[in-house]
Design a protein around this ligand. Structure first.
Ligand SMILES: [Zn+2]
Length: 382
């Protein structure tokens, strides 16, 4: 499955293992990394791409990145959670400002390791009957696609949005109503309120790193014309998408050389917020499929057998890539491209959420409202 992740990484470990399990894990994963030909750095250098940060459950110990492109995996052993797994684990992911948290739990059944992502994915790997090799292969497969994927972080803002568009259009009003509708349907949930346990400083860091604003997950967009589309901005409240250049952006392209999304903004906006991280994915889908007029993304799932029975295409991505990466975009775009009708697909993004395409926004909500696409809250973790 991982053939396409042949990118060679350089990696390093920081911190001390707080428990024997963590020490054992470090050795095992180090072996896997060596076997796959990745380059080990005794201590982190400026160009080390992957840092395994050994933390403990009592005190956060975020590793200070030298560059935004460093991928940080925090590792700890903790107690068995009482409530939802994310309530216990997600705070550790955030407090240690990591891209991935590996949370080990030891109980009577043995060892269970959760792989918690900013997208609130939490698949797990279990150590079965001493099958150590199998366990570490699985663990490696959870880490490598994430660590090798490429974020499209940059936005290039071009102050050339014509006044008649800057004032908002029928399409931007549709986006406003669609955002409200997603909110009413409770499809923009956060499992936990991250503001409760993070300082202002930590929130700002998170914001810079993976644009998690704590307001809502998910995003939505609508085609403007052949080449451009309107999309929700990053981290804004999707139930109140009112102002162009602030809550809603016009995306007009992607610059491969600069690895930047091109955003057309009104002249008067001085410090625009970025467009949603998934703009790269939406850009690919609109560019390839002229029939697609709108896209929504929410952190929920569908009852795929009912939805398929109702004659709707449900397709699945096979790898869990982070939001806002070229790889997630390509994976999703290829699933849509290969569907019988690319303008009417429900894509279940592995361990993450759904992407629904439509001829327009109404077309998407008609299918959801009629129950043809049956939404379920609980995302499958595999
Ligand atoms: Zn998402």
């Amino acid at each position: 499955m991982e053939n396409k992740h042949e990118t060679k990484l350089s990696y390093s470990f920081v911190g001390e293992p707080a428990t024997d399990t963590v020490r054992w894990f470090v050795e095992g994963i180090h072996n896997q990394m060596q076997n796959r030909g990745h380059e080990f750095h005794e201590s982190p250098k400026d160009d080390t791409g992957l840092i395994f940060n050994l933390v403990d459950s009592d005190n956060a110990r975020p590793y200070r990145r030298k560059s935004q492109s460093v991928f940080i995996v925090s590792i700890l052993e903790g107690k068995e959670p009482n409530g939802h797994i994310l309530e216990t684990t997600y705070p550790h992911l955030l407090k240690n400002i990591s891209n991935l948290l590996i949370y080990h739990i030891k109980n009577q059944q043995g060892l269970c390791s959760y792989f918690v992502t900013p997208e609130q994915g939490y698949p797990h790997v279990i150590l079965r009957d001493g099958e150590v090799e199998e366990y570490f292969k699985n663990a490696y497969d959870r880490i490598a696609p994430l660590a090798c994927s490429r974020f499209v972080i940059n936005n290039e803002f071009i102050p050339d949005l014509p006044d008649e568009l800057a004032a908002g259009t029928e399409k931007t009003r549709q986006l406003y109503y669609a955002g409200r509708k997603l909110d009413e349907m409770d499809l923009l949930p956060t499992v936990i309120k991250i503001e409760q346990f993070l300082s202002e400083d930590a929130l700002r860091q998170l914001w810079r790193l993976y644009r998690v604003g704590g307001l809502s997950y998910g995003n939505l967009s609508v085609r403007n014309d052949e080449k451009t589309f309107w999309m929700s901005a990053s981290g804004v409240d999707k139930s109140n998408l009112q102002t162009v250049g602030e809550h809603i952006h016009l995306v007009k392209g992607y610059d491969r050389d600069k690895n930047a999304i091109l955003v057309s903004i009104p002249k008067h906006i001085e410090q625009p917020v970025r467009v949603s991280v998934d703009a790269i994915e939406h850009w690919m889908v609109y560019t390839e499929n002229p029939g697609v007029g709108a896209i929504i993304h929410a952190h929920c799932w569908v009852d795929d057998s009912t939805t398929k029975m109702n004659g709707h295409t449900v397709a699945f991505t096979k790898t869990s890539y982070p939001c806002g990466t070229v790889e997630l975009g390509e994976d999703t775009a290829s699933v849509i491209r290969n569907a019988p009708d690319p303008a009417r697909v429900v894509v279940c993004q592995k361990n993450h959420g759904i992407v629904v395409t439509g001829r327009d926004l109404k077309d998407i909500f008609d299918r959801i409202d009629s129950g043809a696409i049956r939404i379920v809250k609980q995302i499958e973790m595999t």
